[in-house]
Design a protein around this ligand. Structure first.
Ligand code: WTA
Length: 649
């Protein structure tokens, strides 16, 4: 969690840039407040009205059924998500570009709405041909290639539940997620490209499939052309299936609450949780926020840099923009390949007008220096966005001045995998911004900073960020574990959604999100659980016990620090340290690679045996502890850890 600097509460707000404001949908705080109040007074009326932006096969009869903590939105309504993202645009915009795709090696493709529709219909028919039925879960483990959004939209079209697993995850992480969702089908590729190297996805998928009896078929996109192992009868080439499939695939009608997807995310235990989103509410959340927060216009060229393996890619590279008939840019590879100006080159090439990226990316660009930017014409940009972690005011200001040329408002959007869509964010033409603050809740969202008793904290005091009313794109449950859903989100303050974030609210009602209060670590915006990393460490034969904490990192926001005690017969060594770092990267994926492993004889524990992570965090950050240690079992342990830290530094 970030240290909070109280000075920033006194920062003067920056008004929306005048030229942007002139053309925006909402142009003043008053207009925002009017909409906000309307939604607050009559949420069902408000969301019922917003839901008209979806194309319904049968309109909803009832807006909300709320049996805390279970919500059902738009009951009686029938629709098809894929139809909403594609078919309904064809009458007017068949030839509008839906997707510009750029490969890491510079090749590019483009798809009109008509072409994307055709590809989705064919693949949907291919899935039907493989016996995939509505309600079946389909695992997706793919690189950032056009077949990825096509696979998602094809699943949605036939009512199958997709479960995307980020392409950087290991075989173990993949098989855990496939087994939990009981996916029958896995869609992958022979490989992907990252910084010019081949990432052998099929090889990893094969390893994962060995541990997953539910998998009947594996569909493989040929991306790299490398030789891959092949199991006849189980493995099928995507292009063979598509070649045989008809492009006629009418979109059937599904209930508003039909499950759309599961997305696994890290929580406070080692077991990843499958966040379940359903159709109409989720799509509305993604569509409504894309329109409002990006102030999207018909001629925008929109680029969200997130990987579709994460929720940002789901909501803001696939469902939100396509439901709005936007033109999107999708890029396959790394931001520094072949050189550190790849993103600026892409913005210049496609004349990107809306750019949505992570705070980590912004800090990295800043560190790489302004020369990379000066070479490119970024005048097409009109709005910038950020997500995933708190953005420090210095990075915010750099983004505003150097990338946005002071003419582009910045939307610092706070939300979570669980919320499905943005919850707290400036409206770019209306909300004066304060660098580092996600500002105000969106109309329809009732957010507050409170104590555990539910009392609102005073301006400048730290509390928990909570959401008080249900919202359409909220998660419906944790797949297969409704108890965990109730416990994690709805029991700390009964009947209120607990975000797991600490925050402050200033005198203007602006919300400053400080970071997680639980054992979730955010490395480069990627959500990891300290428990998951700990269990990876203790699966190594040399490790007896492990405790994992985060320390602040200038670029990535947070970095992973592991404290490890060894089994007898094993000794501390630089080689073992490297081996343990590698072991975590192989067990979970390279995103979880620890920045540091520190050896200890014992870990500090409370009298009841709980590892005191707070103290370890202090040791990781400052090399010692100053806080209360009265419940500490053995004070000498901490002194030793601190000493070890100093020795190793
Ligand atoms: C953090 C990502 C500060 C927060 C969409 C949240 C942020 C977690 C912001 C969810 C922001 C996200 N400012 N912190 N603008 N956006 N977070 O599920 O801690 O990967 O709880 O969803 O990211 O991460 P997740």
């Amino acid at each position: 969690m970030q240290e909070f600097d109280p000075k920033i509460l006194n920062e003067k707000p920056i008004p929306p840039p005048a030229e942007f404001q002139r053309r925006a949908r909402l142009r003043s705080l008053d207009e925002y407040r009017k909409l906000y109040d309307r939604a607050k007074i009559d949420p069902e009326g408000f969301w019922g009205e917003q839901a008209k932006m979806l194309d319904w096969f049968a309109p909803p009869k009832k807006i909300l059924e709320w049996n805390v903590p279970h919500a059902k939105w738009f009951l009686g309504g029938k629709l098809n998500v894929s139809h909403n993202c594609l078919d309904r645009h064809l009458a007017k915009s068949a030839n509008k570009i839906a997707l510009y795709w750029e490969a890491e090696d510079g090749k590019h493709l483009k798809f009109t709405y008509a072409q994307l529709h055709e590809r989705v219909c064919k693949f949907a028919n291919a899935l039907l041909g493989l016996g995939v039925k509505d309600g079946d879960s389909v695992a997706v483990y793919m690189p950032m290639i056009p077949e990825l959004p096509i696979a998602l939209l094809a699943c949605a079209r036939i009512g199958a539940i997709h479960s995307v697993i980020f392409g950087g995850f290991s075989a173990t992480a993949l098989s855990d997620r496939i087994s939990d969702a009981k996916s029958k089908l896995l869609i992958t590729a022979d490989g992907g490209y990252r910084r010019g190297h081949v990432v052998p996805l099929k090889e990893t998928a094969d390893k994962a499939a060995e541990a997953c009896p539910s998998i009947e078929k594996i569909v493989v996109v040929k991306r790299t052309g490398e030789n891959v192992a092949w199991k006849n009868g189980r493995d099928l080439w995507w292009h063979d299936l598509e070649a045989k499939a008809s492009s006629n695939c009418p979109a059937p009608s599904f209930d508003a609450e039909h499950p759309l997807y599961i997305l696994y995310t890290s929580g406070t235990t080692g077991k990843p949780k499958g966040v379940l989103h359903t159709s109409a509410g989720y799509l509305l959340g993604a569509m409504y926020t894309t329109q409002l927060v990006f102030d999207l216009r018909d001629d925008d060229i929109y680029w969200c840099t997130a990987d579709i393996g994460w929720v940002t890619g789901h909501s803001y590279l696939v469902y939100g923009p396509l439901a709005n008939c936007a033109t999107c840019v999708m890029y396959e590879g790394a931001p520094d390949f072949p050189k550190k100006d790849r993103f600026w080159e892409i913005i210049e090439r496609y004349k990107v007008s809306i750019f949505y990226s992570s705070a980590t990316a912004v800090r990295a660009f800043m560190a790489w220096g302004n020369d990379w930017i000066a070479k490119h014409d970024l005048s097409s940009l009109r709005l910038l966005g950020t997500v995933g972690e708190p953005i420090n005011p210095a990075a915010w200001k750099w983004y505003f001045e150097v990338i946005g040329g002071k003419r582009c408002p910045i939307v610092d959007t706070w939300w979570q995998t669980e919320t499905g869509a943005m919850m707290i964010s400036p409206l770019p033409g209306a909300t004066p911004t304060k660098p580092g603050s996600a500002t105000l809740p969106l109309p329809g969202v009732v957010a507050r900073v409170a104590t555990l008793k539910g009392e609102t904290v005073k301006p400048g005091e730290t509390g928990y960020l909570i959401i008080e009313k249900p919202w359409p794109s909220m998660l419906r449950t944790i797949f297969g574990d409704d108890e965990r859903f109730k416990r994690d989100y709805w029991s700390r303050i009964p009947g209120v959604y607990f975000t797991g974030d600490a925050a402050q609210c200033d005198a203007d009602g602006y919300i400053w999100v400080l970071g997680r209060v639980d054992d979730v670590i955010k490395v480069a915006g990627h959500r990891l659980s300290s428990m998951e990393i700990e269990s990876a460490l203790v699966s190594h034969p040399a490790v007896a016990e492990a405790a994992v904490v985060a320390r602040p990192d200038e670029i990535k926001g947070e970095a992973i620090v592991c404290f490890v005690t060894l089994r007898s017969g094993h000794n501390h060594s630089a080689a073992l340290r490297v081996a343990l770092i590698e072991h975590v990267a192989v067990t979970i994926g390279s995103i979880a690679r620890p920045a540091e492993v520190r050896f200890a004889d014992l870990l500090p524990k409370t009298r009841s045996g709980k590892i005191m992570r707070r103290l370890l965090r202090e040791v990781a950050e400052k090399g010692g502890v100053s806080g209360d240690t009265t419940t500490l079992e053995d004070m000498a342990v901490i002194q030793k850890l601190a000493a070890a830290a100093i020795d190793e530094d």
